[in-house]
Design a protein. Sequence first.
Length: 370
Amino acid sequence: MGLFDWVGGQFIDVIEWTDDSNDTMVYRFERHGNEIKYGAKLTVRESQIAVFVNEGVIADIMMPGIYELETQNMPIMTSLKHWDHGFSSPFKAEVYFISTKRFTNLKWGTKNPIMVRDPEFAMVRLRAFGTYEIRINNAETFLKEIVGTDGHFTTDEVESQLTNLILSKFATILGKDSTPVLDLAGNYEIFGSFITEKISPFFKEYGLELTKMLIENISLPPEVEKALDTRSSRAITGNLDDHLKYQSAEALKSSSENSNGGNMADMMGLGVAMAMGQNMSNSMNNNNNQNNQQNNTPPPPLPNQEKKYFVAINGASQGAFSLNEINSKIASSQIQRDTLVWAEGMDGWSKAESVFTSSFGSTPPPLPPQ
């Protein structure tokens, strides 16, 4: 290094950063020995913030503008360095330039399908992907929590972590959402805004703001999509009987236009097709009639259910007991004539002798007091 290079490194007059990349989030201004000339010019452009770090401690934060580095516009550095008003010597500090612009077109996508409940398909597995946009809205938090001492920090270093954060919250939000799968495609914009609102608070922990989240596609498994295609094709045909008649008419027209269309094989094939169409139509009509008859057949009567009784014994309701169990308890004197009983359909509790008169017929009444 020549003498003039060494002197230029020791006494920096202009501190600035012009970014020619699209992914640099933080850039540490490189200087020889970290020495800055007192009174040097600091240029902070729009979409930038300059942060001074003194001996590992974040000091002054400069917003866009042009500054002459002196005690009056560096109050925290002045306090940390114990500068007096006559200070004019070079000082050591690190200067980090923070880009506050939006970083766009960051990719996200599900690594594995997400199982969700759907009101139409019961349970389905969904995949989703899209893009999102972020920007730094708290330079101090971002430096402390994410950057550390990295002198050239890019989106690649944080994109993977942010994508994992999005996917973990996206799965939870999608699982709680009740929008049918077939209606999601028409609500990508609304759904994207809703997800952005729900996930944004978690980005603030990193000093970041999630400005926008775009959903490009939410897809079903290939086998489900194939089944949907088959179902859609069947719905387009409309009435099957009319569809078969139309196909037969088209076959007849094609046969008449063909030079060999009058041969016996073509006519036989056409006759078979028409017969098959008629048979299928008749079969469907018969099945529909049978189903209607079956649906109109009344169900058989319900079997009689044995009546159950509740008994008040020792001040507590016990049961329910069948009639055989009641008779057994009467025989063993567990139920007396004045024992209260109740069953569904009765107005209230009644004495056992009034409900089970025949059961007490052969049972002697209690002895009179002596």
